[in-house]
Design a binder for this molecule. Structure first.
Ligand SMILES: [Fe+2]
Length: 181
């Protein structure tokens, strides 16, 4: 069952209110952290790796918004759909692709599977498991596929209890700057 696209953010105020709720929502994939802790860690890791790519960092912050309104299998797609009108195609694509990026990495990088948390291994099967050669080719042809791999690798690292990273206030302007006119 899927309730994908059950919500769409229609204003930056609505998105910010949602992010503030995530501060109090336990993460579905990073035990002991809130959804916002996990997103903030992901954004901070991407900022360190790609300081010039603010859009990728914002996508890291937002990548799991779908957790709270979608089945785990569909949370990337649901998040991307909810964000597309407000935040544009690139951020929406990066959010949508972070689930297929896991399947892509598991299929193409033998070392990656060992990095996955127990919860991430558990959800992999639900999300489709390994990719077929055709799916790998389609993934690699996507214009944002390579950046979604960076986001995915940051996602796996963004599960550290007690890590000190900038809070939501540090990202509000960057989020606003990506709102579509
Ligand atoms: Fe995540």
């Amino acid at each position: 069952m899927s309730d994908t696209a059950s919500i769409a953010f229609t204003s930056v105020e609505a998105l910010e209110a949602f992010l503030e709720e995530m501060i109090h929502t336990p993460s579905d994939e990073a035990e002991g952290l809130s959804e916002m802790d996990h997103g903030l860690q992901c954004a901070a890791i991407l900022k360190a790796e790609r300081p010039e790519d603010i859009g990728l960092q914002v996508a890291g912050l937002l990548h799991d918004v779908g957790h709270t309104f979608s089945h785990i299998r569909d949370h990337g797609e649901a998040g991307g759909l909810a964000l597309r009108d407000l935040m544009g195609d690139r951020i929406a694509d990066l959010v949508s692709l972070h689930v297929p990026a896991k399947r892509y990495l598991v299929t193409t990088d033998p070392a990656y599977r060992a990095l996955l948390s127990p919860r991430s291994i558990e959800t992999l099967a639900l999300q489709g498991g390994d990719m077929s050669p055709e799916e790998v080719a389609a993934y690699e042809a996507h214009p944002h596929g390579a950046e979604a791999v960076l986001l995915r690798r940051a996602d796996e690292q963004a599960k550290v209890i007690g890590l000190d990273v900038p809070g939501l206030d540090a990202w509000r302007q960057a989020v606003k700057n990506h709102v579509q006119a």
